[in-house]
Every structure is written in C-alpha cells, then in structure tokens.
Ligand binder design. Structure first.
Ligand code: BGC
Length: 374
C-alpha cells in the first residue's frame, strides 16, 4: 500500500493539499507491454498531448503516457506528452507552449471541462484540430473525442457492487465519486445509479452518502470516507469507489477499522495496486479499460488530422457523443470496458496490460497460483 497513513479527524483544505503533494498512488513500474520513449519519428509531425494529473490514478503516467507515445510514433508522429499535475494554470501554459511550438494536433485530457474548452478554443483560433482524450469537455469545440463507454463503466461498478453485497437487507452503501469537474465522473455516477437507484428506491439498500472528490484526490477520498464512516457509527456494507486509487485509500481506512475483506469495494482502471487488492480479497472488482486501444485510436485520428484528411478521421471516429452543454454531437470513438473480479483477473495479465510479476507478490501468490496467473 503506497497510501500514507494519517490519523486525521478533520481534513482542513490546507492539510488536504499538503497530503496530496506526498505522491501517493505512484505509477506502476512498467506501462504494461509498452516501454518508455523511443527516438522521435524521423520527420514526424509534432503532436501535443496534455494529461491531467498524476495523483488521481496510476493510469496517466503508467499507461496512457507510454502507450500514446508508442502508438503515435508508430503513426509517424512526434509526440510531446506533458502532465498538468492537477494545476489548471499549468494546463493552460502547457497548451500555449505547444501551440506556439507548432503542433499540428492537440490532444487533451483536461482537469475540467471549462479549462479544456478554453484551451480548445485557443487551438481552434490557430487552426489546430483538438481531440478530447478520455474526458469530454462539455460546452467545448473539440473536433473529436476518444474514450470508453463511460456510462457502461459506471453500470459495471453498480453491477459489481450488487454482486459483492448480495441481498443483505438494508445494506448501507457509501459512494465516493470522482471530480465534479470531470464529465466522466458524472457518467460513471449515472451508470452506477442505473443499477443502484432501484435498490435504494425499494429499500433493499440504503444510501448513506454520495460524495464527489475534487480532482479525484485519493488522499482526500480516504479521509472523506473515514469521516462519513465515523458519522455513520462505523457501519458500512458496501462502498462505491469510482477508481482504484480511491479504492486503495478507502481500503486503508477499512483495514484500520478491521473491515477490509468484509465490505465489498468497487474500483476502476485495473491498476497493479487494484488487482493486488482484488487478489487479497480487499477490493471486490475493478473495470478494465484497455488503454492501448484508446491510445491506438487517438494516434490514428491524430495522424489523419495532421494530414488534414477529415474523411480518414471520420472513418476512425464513427460514433457520436452528446454534449448537452454545447448542444452538439461530437464525433467519437467509444471503447468497451470489462468487469474484473477475482475470477477473471487473468484477463488483464493475459492481455499484457499488467504483468503477473506486478501483482503476484507474497500476499497474493496463493491466489495467483490458484487462478493460473503467472
Ligand atoms: C478516467 C479514469 C480515471 C479518473 C481519475 C477519469 O476521467 O476515465 O480512468 O481513474 O479520471 O484520473
């Protein structure tokens, strides 16, 4: 567990930020099957990529960065991939730098829709096409969007929670959600509620509290969960954690209270930490989103757009996503997520996404052996 343990009764905003700076949730040691940077593609056109955070999920630096780098170089592009580290000002400054350095396409996974839309407008004014990567900027002007079916991701989390909790009458559920400025967090929640709302309505389950977490900050997620748990007299029967990073922080709190392994916790991203927690029995499920597919589609789109070949770009982005704020349809690639529980963790290692050696450690070796993960 890489989460720092703190005995906090009250979270002050300042302390929360100090904790966020401690570098929890470090990226996995490798980015799945892809390595780090290789030499720039000879004569490749420049493409700028801005990722949103490091602390919100191990995915951005551990998977997206190396996979986008490799996929773009394979398309003959020369990518410049930066991370805004959860700082809106930095996000905007990075974009300005990329625009003035002459990138032909800009790919953005924004911290907030507003920040992303502002950057997209600036790029558009310079004639640079923009791809919204993973997170759609509501009310924005980006030409394309590449992501997963995020309502489906949430539905899988809801389904996983129900599988884990079962028909325990009046089961008390706490939902720890993603950032309110990330449209994905809304879509995950909407998907979860397609499964959970009927349970709450019928009284089968009881919602203790639903709490979004700014910037998906894992540490704040853990301390917020702890406060909710304490206020509820230490009672909880199931936890919706919107991703593996939040799940890890919540499991730390459950462990402190002797509840880990007894209370199903959801997740997302199929990170090495999340998969280990599943194998230990502390986390019930995660959602596997093969980021290689997301990176490949983005690279293909970017290559077409860099050539000004709209027809080729449209042949890649054959789906549409509704932007209710901008009142428009955005041409999209929406990939399929998969529900992972202990029984099928092997799917993730077989796909080469995470290596067996990253998840089969002392505490999980018996489970790995039993499940044929090697
Ligand atoms: C992504 C998730 C990620 C979360 C926090 C979401 O927009 O879709 O995969 O866990 O942000 O970074």
């Amino acid at each position: 567990m890489r989460i720092r343990r703190t005995a906090l009764a009250v979270v002050s905003a300042g302390l929360a930020f100090a904790l966020a700076a401690c570098g929890q949730n470090a990226a996995p040691s490798t980015g799945g099957s892809t390595g780090g940077s290789t030499a720039p593609a000879a004569g490749g056109v420049k493409v700028g990529v801005i990722l949103p955070e490091t602390d919100s999920s191990a995915r951005w630096e551990g998977f997206d960065k190396p996979m986008l780098d490799k996929a773009m170089r394979a398309q003959g592009l020369d990518p410049d991939i930066q991370n805004a580290q959860g700082d809106e000002q930095k996000f905007s400054t990075l974009a300005d730098g990329m625009i003035s350095s002459g990138v032909k396409v800009l790919v953005i996974a924004s911290i907030s829709s507003d920040g992303g839309a502002a950057v997209a407008a600036k790029a558009k004014a310079q004639g640079i096409p923009v791809i919204d990567y993973d997170r759609l900027n509501l009310g924005g002007t980006s030409d394309y969007y590449v992501s997963f079916d995020n309502v489906k991701v949430g539905a899988l989390q809801g389904q996983g929670l129900v599988q884990g909790v079962g028909d325990k009458a009046g089961a008390q559920i706490i939902q720890i959600e993603g950032a309110p400025t990330d449209n994905n967090a809304t879509l995950f929640y909407n998907g979860q509620m397609t499964v959970l709302q009927p349970k709450y309505d019928s009284g089968a389950y009881k919602l203790v509290r639903n709490q979004p977490i700014d910037k998906w900050d894992n540490q704040v997620g853990g301390t917020t969960f702890e406060q909710i748990l304490t206020a509820n007299g230490g009672k909880v029967d199931g936890v919706v954690a919107a991703n593996d990073g939040l799940a890890g922080a919540i499991i730390t709190v459950l462990t402190k209270n002797g509840l880990n392994g007894k209370v199903p916790v959801t997740g997302q991203d199929a990170t090495a930490d999340g998969l280990q927690a599943i194998l230990r029995g502390d986390q019930y499920m995660t959602v596997f989103k093969p980021i290689q597919e997301e990176a490949d589609a983005t690279a293909k789109l970017a290559a077409a757009l860099a050539k000004g070949d709209t027809a080729a770009a449209n042949a890649v982005a054959t789906q549409n996503t509704d932007d209710p704020k901008g009142n428009r349809q955005v041409k999209s690639v929406l990939l399929t997520p998969q529900l992972i529980t202990k029984d099928n963790v092997k799917v993730v290692t077989d796909a080469g996404y995470v290596k067996a050696s990253e998840i089969c450690v002392a505490a999980t070796q018996a489970a790995c052996t039993q499940l044929g993960i090697k």
